[in-house]
Design a binder for this molecule. Structure first.
Ligand code: GLN
Length: 403
């Protein structure tokens, strides 16, 4: 099956993550927190599960979501981003919310709904590996736009140059995984100008919206003039409440775009788990503050870990948000995978090498390579810093002790 060959990144990802979970390994690999997730959500979900089996809590919700969660999402977003009826920053109602199985399902449903064979999707390189595989699964063609360190900000001239008559969608991600760049107002205006000029959809992955640092705020492309109608914003309840195993997220958009997503959502999963949706609705309503301290913790983690990496000779980027810190291994004369293996064997610290996030040029891939989804092993490492300070300090001790 051709599709299996396309997911080399997924295979390496799974293999590395299995190694990372071995006993004694300090795991800064996959981006999931080791601090407590929302207690309010967990208690409410547990109570819902213990309700009589025939209660609505233990049966299917409607495919777009449990009404109470859709409403809580609206209240939360309208308040948080000061969205208003009739303004460019448009207030959302339940009809603008589709509850998904994590943002991952939202991504798949968006791409399947908005693009197809013959269409091109602009994707930034490096980026979250699923963007490439999902675009390919939809039969569309990924077109890569390179981001460069140290800040990994998008270059609008490069973006516009990459647009062709076949371009149908821009895939945006802020805060960026893995590089931590957060789009500025000017960058969002640039994307909006291009989307309007070339009539493009925008799929905007904003799962780390609650983690920005140092006065940088999260800005949304959907809030730009004229963009609400052509944007699907992907969000993650699991990230917001540090419960990544719950697999619940939401896609925000217009009813007509969400109708397209719902076709795939109904076909693949029908609805998200009802008791978990209930727990999240209660947590959103309670304005559970469990996530408020996280940006400070993660920002501090970036500084503590960044210091030892600089000491060891890495070039370290300063993230503005998200759950990750990236380091360039060039001064050490090592490629990413090589360096990640050394860290795992010598320091028992697991990280993710750049090979996971750098996509190969799709044109080269069409030349019949066995490894079509992967670029050469670039000199980049990603460290997950959505961890307790003690975990980061342990990693620092281990890295400092290496030769
Ligand atoms: N978003 C997380 C990361 O980048 C995990 C995603 C996954 O494994 N599906 O680490």
């Amino acid at each position: 099956q051709a599709e299996f060959k396309l997911d080399t990144a997924g295979t390496i990802w799974s293999e590395l993550l299995a190694l990372a979970r071995q006993p004694g390994v300090c795991n800064l690999g996959q981006g999931y927190p080791d601090y407590d997730g929302s207690k309010v959500a967990r208690e409410a979900a547990s109570q819902a599960m213990l309700e009589p089996t025939m209660s609505a809590m233990n049966q299917y919700s409607m495919p777009p979501g449990l009404k109470s969660l859709q409403e809580s999402v609206c209240t939360y977003y309208n308040k948080r981003y000061q969205l208003e009826e009739g303004a460019a920053k448009r207030a959302i109602g339940s009809e603008n919310v589709l509850i998904t199985i994590g943002a991952t399902e939202g991504l798949y449903a968006s791409i399947k709904a908005l693009v197809g064979p013959g269409d091109e999707v602009l994707i930034f390189n490096p980026g979250f590996p699923w963007y490439l595989s999902t675009t390919r699964l939809a039969g569309a063609t990924p077109v890569l736009v390179e981001l460069s360190g140290p800040d990994f900000a998008p270059d609008m001239e490069k973006v516009e140059k990459a647009i062709t008559p076949k371009t149908r969608a821009l895939l945006l991600n802020t805060p960026h995984n893995p590089c931590g760049h957060c789009y500025t107002k000017k960058e969002l205006e640039g994307f909006a100008r291009l989307a309007l000029k070339y009539n493009l959809f925008v799929i905007s992955d904003e799962v780390y919206e609650n983690v920005t640092f140092g006065g940088v705020g999260h800005l949304r492309i959907a809030d730009e003039e004229g963009m609400f109608e052509r944007t699907v914003t992907l969000c993650s309840a699991s990230k917001l409440f540090s419960l990544t195993g719950w697999r619940v997220g939401w896609a925000l958009s217009t009813p007509s775009l969400l109708k397209g997503l719902a076709v795939y959502h109904v076909a693949t999963s029908y609805c998200a788990p009802s008791p978990l949706q209930h727990g999240l609705a209660v947590a959103l309503d309670a304005e559970d503050g469990s996530f408020e301290d996280i940006p400070k913790l993660v920002e501090g983690n970036a500084l503590v870990l960044g210091d030892v990496l600089r000491e060891k000779g890495f070039i370290v980027s300063q993230p503005q948000g998200g759950h990750f810190l990236v380091a360039d291994t060039t001064p050490l004369g090592l490629k990413g995978l090589e360096c990640a293996k050394l860290l795992l064997t010598q320091a028992k610290v697991s990280v993710v090498p750049g090979i996971i996030f750098y996509f190969a040029d799709p044109k080269a891939a069409e030349g019949g390579s066995d490894d079509p989804g992967m670029d050469s092993d670039r000199p980049l490492l990603r460290f997950a810093i959505c961890k307790q300070r003690a975990t980061i300090e342990e990693a620092v001790r281990r890295i400092r002790a290496t030769e």
